[in-house]
Design a protein around this ligand. Structure first.
Ligand code: CO
Length: 336
């Protein structure tokens, strides 16, 4: 693991998190208590979750939202073209990108997006969603830090009319100095934090009341132990938790979220992408969603196991170009 003198790096923090979450699990088993009881006990029976929908057109996004509404979900994150571009997971995109964007000569292969076009498309998307679905359903949106800071300020203002549950990652972590301007100009609820490693990245945003939801990726900061301290810091400042829950987190990681969600009074919402049948096979004890709430199984510890024999059936495979870095129309590579 190296010396923790060089601290706050994501690799070290993720390694520490593996140990930290295992220790909470072991302590819970020794005490014969679920981790949520070790953390002080349940504040709620289940954690409300939000699901992701995407679509090529506003109508397709609307239909996909309706499918989740029929299953009892009340919070849905809506994107058009993933993060607002011509985005696919690999392959030569130039055929379709060339039609959509004004590219340079000899454009490099990649997934292209145009920030200005993305903004216009997103206003149209939410116009459509609110006029067709009304304001009862809670809608969320993730910018994925794809705007210039001053455009992000304007975007938050324009999106205010659609009454989002939250707007996520409107700025890159390097641009957190701009949150003050976003905050002063709109009441759109702001969610931030999935790339944070170091407490100095969130302390000022929380104590300055610049954000409404903290979205830290809990293994990225070292696991349940530091995450509960983040939640405690947030509580007096009215900031709620919305731990980052993408599909590259194992069900054990999802269980860690859920125990924190249940035991944290200032819990806000949990991002949730569901489990595959293979995940359920390898990780017996997966939490279950019923009517839009995620429930643990109430066994001691995190309540989830790893079936190593079952895992052997699914060896790791390398996905070439799984995630291409995005490009602006002139071919510039960007991180988001
Ligand atoms: Co995100």
């Amino acid at each position: 693991m190296g010396s923790s003198y060089w601290r706050n790096g994501p690799v070290l923090n993720n390694a520490i998190s593996g140990v930290d979450e295992a220790l909470w699990d072991i302590k819970g088993k020794l005490a014969n208590m679920p981790v949520y009881d070790l953390l002080g006990g349940k504040c709620r029976q289940g954690a409300a979750v939000y699901r992701h929908v995407d679509g090529a057109t506003p109508e397709e996004v609307e239909n996909n939202v309706r499918k989740y509404m029929e299953q009892g979900y009340r919070y849905v994150r809506c994107q058009q073209g993933v993060y607002g571009g011509n985005m696919t997971m690999g392959g030569n995109m130039l055929g379709s990108a060339g039609k959509q964007f004004h590219l340079t000569e000899n454009p490099p292969i990649g997934a292209y997006f145009d920030p200005k076009q993305y903004m216009k498309n997103t206003y149209k998307l939410f116009d459509h969603l609110r006029s067709s679905l009304g304001f009862e359903i809670e809608l969320l949106h993730d910018v994925h830090e794809r705007l210039a800071p001053i455009d992000a300020v304007r975007f938050a203002k324009e999106m205010e009319q659609y009454r989002l549950f939250f707007l996520e990652d409107i700025l890159a972590p390097e641009q957190i100095g701009w949150f003050k301007m976003v905050r002063s100009q709109s009441a759109t609820p702001i969610a931030m934090g999935e790339l944070f490693n170091n407490p100095l990245e969130w302390e000022g945003l929380v104590t300055g009341r610049m954000i409404d939801f903290i979205r830290i990726h809990i293994s990225q900061i070292g696991g349940i132990t530091p995450a509960r301290k983040v939640a405690a810091l947030c509580e007096p400042f009215g900031v709620r938790t919305a731990w980052h829950g993408p599909n590259d987190i194992t069900p054990a990681g999802v269980a860690a979220h859920l125990h924190l969600d249940l035991a944290t009074s200032n819990f806000g919402i949990q991002e949730f992408v569901g489990f595959t049948e293979q995940e359920k096979e390898v990780f017996p004890g997966c939490p279950e969603v019923r009517d839009g709430y995620l429930y643990p199984n109430d066994k001691p510890g995190l309540g989830i196991d790893i079936d190593e024999e079952a895992a052997k059936k699914y060896p790791c495979t390398y996905h070439e170009n799984r995630w291409l870095w995005a490009r602006l129309p002139d071919g510039t590579s960007v991180r988001a």
